[in-house]
Design a protein around this ligand. Structure first.
Ligand code: PMP
Length: 451
């Protein structure tokens, strides 16, 4: 009951009992959630906030269809996955339908994005018999030891886990502030984007060749289809197909991490790796967050021959991975996506986002770049457009002001923590967008001269 939450007391108790390294949003003034409903979150005083952050609660916080599906199954059976449940197969069929005709025909379930990526790397190694992995700079693939070892987002920032010798870091295909950056005019020039994409793909090839001369062999390239923690990066068209050509020529496979970007986040396509419509198909696809709308469930989709290579004589068993309640959550999510035509909605919202955010950029010098698609957008804040110096302090002040004065929850991320990220539940609508844009406009006008 919201009015019974004493925030000061709660935070005090939390400090005494919960590990001090557990991360939270708004470190200096944490946000207490009393309840959620669709694209809104309510704080300890039952005050309503527009949630532009929660990509996990994909079809809306506590969407009644998903709640009903989970609750019904909790009362029916919650068994260990070594018992056979029809829900698992039903769930598999629904997910595999989204990649029909691509050769991706087999699924393995687990409980989190980290587990999915860990399993994906194990599959890649068992299938290719090659051990090393190429990752992108600034990437995050999870909190398990293996996935931390594949996450420059962590090991480059003072983590006790260091980059191991089997991990090789390629430059992020970021055309705004990466290695092969483009001028402002060329950011929307297809030919220039293509050249940059090929240069970034060549960087991956160079790593493969260099490794082989050192006797090391890459079994997998792993990357998000659109890099999220790395700063809402959209790789240029042609990049992934070229990387795939190089990786496969050297005996490796392509793992695409869609833990954040899948399930229609980018609009009319179900998966973000389908964005460029260029026929690119990963060998292994991982998914998580939006899949259960907040209920822990994740999966790896691959080809049968790859799945069959896993573990030699030893089978795969994961107590909760694909348990019937998790499957009920996924089936609920898939039903809502279908019935509420959320892919269409996400696509239409993408068009509005582009218009509104470009308009905002024309009014505020501190917005250096606007990039995104569907319901996945980033505003790259800079201290000056020419140097593209990241405006980290402005971003942090802005997200606090938006929350305190406008009841808007937005986040800042990226290697310099200067990218404002929109990744709301897909039920986020035009009214919510306009409200947040008006708030951003006001807050930017007040803050941009101060930083
Ligand atoms: N991959 C990506 C791209 C992620 O963003 C995350 C979580 N932020 C993970 C993997 C790990 O997922 P989980 O926290 O569910 O283990």
């Amino acid at each position: 009951i919201p009015s019974l939450i004493d925030k000061a007391d709660l935070l005090n108790k939390r400090k005494q009992t919960i590990g001090s390294k557990c991360q939270i949003f708004y470190q200096n003034d944490p946000f207490v959630v009393s309840r959620g409903a669709m694209q809104y979150l309510y704080d300890e005083n039952d005050e309503k906030f527009v949630d532009c952050i929660s990509n996990v609660q994909h079809v809306g916080h506590c969407h009644p269809t998903v709640v009903e599906s989970i609750c019904r199954q909790v009362g029916m059976a919650t068994c260990n996955v070594r018992f056979v449940s029809p829900l698992l197969t039903q769930c598999a069929e629904e997910i595999l339908k989204t990649v029909e005709g691509t050769g991706l025909d087999t699924i393995l379930f687990c409980n989190s994005g980290s587990e999915a990526n860990d399993l994906a790397v194990r599959l890649a190694r068992d299938y290719t018999k090659q051990h090393d992995v190429v990752v992108l700079d600034h990437a995050y693939h999870g909190h398990l030891t293996t996935t931390m070892e594949m996450s420059p987002y962590k090991f480059d920032h003072g983590c006790t886990i260091k980059q191991p010798e089997w991990v090789h870091v390629a430059p992020t295909p970021d055309v705004y502030r990466g290695k092969h950056r483009l001028s402002d005019e060329n950011l929307i020039n297809d030919a220039a984007l293509h050249v940059a994409g090929q240069q970034y793909a060549q960087d991956v090839k160079d790593i493969l060749v260099q490794n082989e001369s050192n006797g090391r062999h890459v079994g997998a390239y792993i990357a998000e289809a659109l890099q999220s923690c790395g700063g809402q990066i959209i790789p240029p068209k042609g990049y992934m197909t070229s990387v795939a050509k190089h990786i496969r020529a050297h005996g490796g496979v392509m793992i695409i991490d869609e833990v954040q970007t899948g399930f229609g986040r980018i609009g009319d396509k179900f998966w973000a790796h389908q964005l460029h419509n260029d026929g690119f198909v990963p060998d292994i696809l991982t998914m998580g967050k939006p899949m259960g709308n907040g209920f822990p469930v994740a999966a790896v989709v691959t080809r049968k021959e790859i799945a069959d290579s896993l573990g030699g004589a030893v089978g795969y068993f994961n107590t909760y991975g694909g348990n019937p309640v998790a499957c009920a959550a996924v089936l609920g999510v898939m039903k809502v996506i279908r019935e509420e035509r959320l892919l269409d909605h996400s696509k239409q919202m993408g068009i509005l986002f582009e218009k509104e955010l470009n308009n905002l950029q024309s009014k505020h010098e501190c917005i250096g770049d606007v990039r995104g698609v569907g319901m996945f957008w980033g505003l790259d804040l800079v201290t000056d457009r020419k140097s593209r110096q990241p405006a980290t302090e402005l971003a942090l002040a802005l997200i606090m002001k938006l929350r305190q004065e406008h009841n808007i929850l937005l986040n800042a991320d990226g290697p310099y923590c200067n990218i404002l990220k929109y990744k709301p539940p897909l039920c986020f609508n035009e009214e919510d967008l306009k409200l947040s844009i008006t708030a951003l406009d006001t807050a930017l006008s007040e803050l941009e001269t101060k930083f």
